[in-house]
Design a protein. Structure first.
Length: 459
């Protein structure tokens, strides 16, 4: 009986959401302002009704985000899935970032709020890193060692999943949504920033060659060193230590993250299109030698990998991200990592986006994990792309609808030949054998990429 009531509630949420979506469309066409938003069912107009119904059934709604996205135009769903985090509370129907649009229909306002949160997160991460460095200095001062070495891989910044942070915070507040706001989230993260980084140390003896100031001769001396290693604990650790999410809330956070990724164009529903998903015979060992550097090629549809898991999805359907990174890592390092191994690594490190492929942060995160230099690049920097490829670097690109995909798809740019771009397409050996006009690559690259994309120069 309880399950039937839940299903009925979800159906009601769908009906209310659809009604709200149509009302929003009508209001925009006629130029009428939408009703103000207040908490829960007390909100006036269809906004409040849809939000209340969807929030009540959030656990069911979250699992059907992809289908609901079309029906509800996503903004209505978005309010229910991440209430107040991006809107700084329920109290306003409009945002200063885009006063001419109801906030539920304003990608600009929501994106600016995400940017605001990302900036705050960067500041907090910098503060947390400074705290760790101070702790290390204090620890060294208490020791009797001669020298210290600090191994800090985060001097240029930390690759983290802002979508997951937002979603974990929302899930943690699922029973007290009135407190959800950007400022509250910032306070929680700052007060608990000690959980963001940790450090370990090892003592060792090193020999140093010094010059005797009296004789001018070189002498060998032994020194006691302490080597400190800083580690970013990751979103999973933070969820357990600070937000203290239970299993139900962890699942809810994953649903939130999927919805947020869909809305911002991060996940982009990376999937092999219906009708083209099929396994292909094993390709064996394939190397493309005709670019700036030799490239090891993998295909996500290869029967060796296609049915292997990527989270609860399959590599053949949703694994272009880890397959692209397997190509990059296997080509630029001495570590041969196949798509199955990379998919497991991506899943374990929080880069899998349930039902939607991979968070864009997989690319810089994977590159850094394997010690590869990585930098983001925009579609307005064509010469930088050509120069990088000519220098033997690889570029991962997230593509939108066009020659490579109908939704979203990671490919690898692997070189330049006769003025055209060579690619390694994880879903097509045929497309990987063609050369492409740079204009096609630039025009079809995602305009809503996250994590520094749509192009990532690696190597």
């Amino acid at each position: 009986m309880a399950e039937e009531e839940k299903r009925n509630g979800a159906s009601e949420a769908l009906s209310l959401g659809a009604s709200a979506a149509h009302t929003v469309q009508a209001a925009l066409k006629t130029g009428k302002a939408a009703a103000g938003i207040t908490k829960g069912a007390a909100a006036g107009g269809p906004y409040g009704a849809a939000a209340a119904a969807l929030w009540t059934n959030r656990k069911l709604v979250g699992k059907a985000a992809a289908a609901l996205a079309v029906l509800l135009m996503l903004p209505v769903l978005f309010l229910a899935m991440l209430p107040g985090v991006l809107f700084d509370g329920y109290g306003a129907a409009y945002s200063e970032a885009d006063p001419g649009q109801p906030i539920l229909n304003s990608s600009q306002a929501i994106t600016e709020h995400v940017n605001e949160i990302t900036y705050a997160m960067n500041v907090i991460l910098a503060e947390a890193l400074e705290d760790v460095l101070e702790e290390i200095e204090e620890d060294f001062a208490r020791s009797e060692a001669d020298q210290l070495e600090i191994q800090n891989p985060y001097e240029s910044g930390v690759v983290y999943n802002i979508n997951l942070f937002l979603s974990q915070y929302s899930a943690a507040c699922s029973e007290e949504i009135e407190r959800i706001s950007i400022s509250d989230m910032e306070d929680v993260l700052r007060k608990n920033r000690k959980h963001l980084f940790s450090w370990t140390s090892e003592e060792e003896t090193r020999e140093s060659i010094l010059t005797d100031p009296e004789t001018g001769k070189e002498i060998t001396v032994q020194e006691d060193w302490i080597v400190y290693q800083i580690a970013y604990n990751g979103e999973d650790y933070f969820a357990k230590q600070v937000f203290q999410l239970d299993e139900e809330q962890m699942e809810l956070a994953e649903d939130y993250a999927s919805n947020l990724s869909l809305f911002l164009g991060d996940g982009l529903m990376q999937a092999v299109e219906d009708g083209t998903e099929h396994q292909i015979p094993p390709l064996g060992e394939v190397v493309f030698p005709d670019g700036g550097s030799e490239v090891v090629y993998y295909n996500q549809l290869d029967e060796r990998y296609a049915d292997k898991p990527y989270g609860t999805d399959r590599i053949g359907k949703s694994g272009c991200g880890p397959t692209a990174m397997a190509i990059v890592v296997s080509s630029l390092t001495d570590d041969m990592v196949d798509p199955s191994e990379m998919a497991e690594w991506a899943y374990q490190h929080g880069y899998w986006c349930k039902g939607s492929g991979s968070y864009h942060s997989l690319i810089p995160g994977g590159a850094e994990a394997w010690g590869l230099p990585v930098s983001g690049c925009s579609a307005s920097e064509p010469q930088r792309i050509v120069d990088a490829l000519t220098a033997g670097k690889l570029i991962v690109a997230i593509m939108a609808e066009g020659h490579f995909t109908k939704s979203g798809h990671f490919i690898v740019l692997r070189g330049v030949q006769d003025g055209k771009i060579l690619v390694a397409d994880p879903a097509s050996y045929q497309r990987s054998g063609q050369s492409w006009d740079l204009s096609i690559i630039l025009d079809e690259a995602s305009r809503r990429a996250g994590a520094g994309g749509p192009f990532w120069i690696i190597g």
